[in-house]
Design a protein around this ligand. Structure first.
Ligand SMILES: O=c1ccn([C@@H]2O[C@H](COP(=O)(O)OP(=O)(O)O[C@H]3O[C@H](CO)[C@@H](O)[C@H](O)[C@H]3O)[C@@H](O)[C@H]2O)c(=O)[nH]1
Length: 204
């Protein structure tokens, strides 16, 4: 079931709570001081700059597409799937992976909205399409042409079974029209970035 902005937030991690607290602070500051704001609720940010200028560089990042990309490039021996007993079609968690460039465009549109005098808004940023962990790993193998070992392990604590956005609000209100709503494109850009990052990090 896609999640819309009226679904009561129910964070399961301190990080999730910190994001919700930020929303509450913005709401209260706006009420007290007339501030106008845009809350953009990111779903699973993925991919990289299509021109290869930047991408996720956090050392030891644990995100699925990054881990799978590293495995495809032989930077790690293989990877784990955290649980196959979720109430989803293939038993692995579903996520709504949004290309970082589409997310940037959402910010540009939100800023233009506010600068044009628009009301405060809270809007989901996702495509409304969920992919399972196994589907993502298949995409990484398909796009890279590389095979790597995948081990099934137990669930990781705090992983909800499904997080898929209803993004009608941002589409309707800001005219947001994603350009990269394609899992293979997202994975392709992530793979290219991971290769570039590896080259960059191995320079003396
Ligand atoms: O090696 C891995 C890595 C991830 N997963 C699974 O893949 C899915 C996606 O995981 P991940 O890429 O870590 O994203 P989320 O846990 O959905 O994290 C999102 O939500 C978190 C909590 O809001 C934020 O911290 C992250 O930045 C954001 O991407 C989850 O089911 C994980 O269990 C695996 O099976 N194996």
């Amino acid at each position: 079931m896609p999640i819309d902005e009226t679904t009561p937030p129910a964070p399961v991690s301190p990080y999730g709570w910190s994001k919700l607290m930020t929303e509450v602070m913005l709401r209260d500051t706006a009420a007290a001081h007339g501030l106008r704001y845009a809350v953009l609720r990111y779903f699973n940010v993925a991919g990289a700059d299509p021109q290869g200028r930047t991408g996720q560089s956090t050392k030891d990042a644990t995100h699925l597409i990054k881990i799978a990309s590293q495995a495809a490039h032989g930077l790690r021996a293989g990877m784990s799937v955290f649980g196959t007993d979720y109430p989803t079609p293939d038993g692995t968690c579903l996520r709504d992976y949004i290309h970082v460039s589409d997310l940037i465009e959402a910010h540009v549109l939100a800023l233009a909205h506010l600068m044009g005098g628009g009301e405060s808004l809270t809007a989901n940023c996702g495509y409304g399409e969920g992919y399972s962990v196994l589907e993502v790993i298949d995409a990484v193998k398909r796009v890279s042409g590389a095979d790597f070992p995948v081990e099934i392990t137990g669930r990781r604590a705090g992983d909800p079974a499904s997080l898929v956005a209803d993004s009608s609000r941002i589409r309707d209100l800001l005219g947001w029209t994603p350009q990269y709503q394609d899992l293979d494109a997202i994975v392709g850009h992530a793979l290219a970035w991971e290769a570039a990052l590896q080259k960059r990090n191995s320079r003396p």
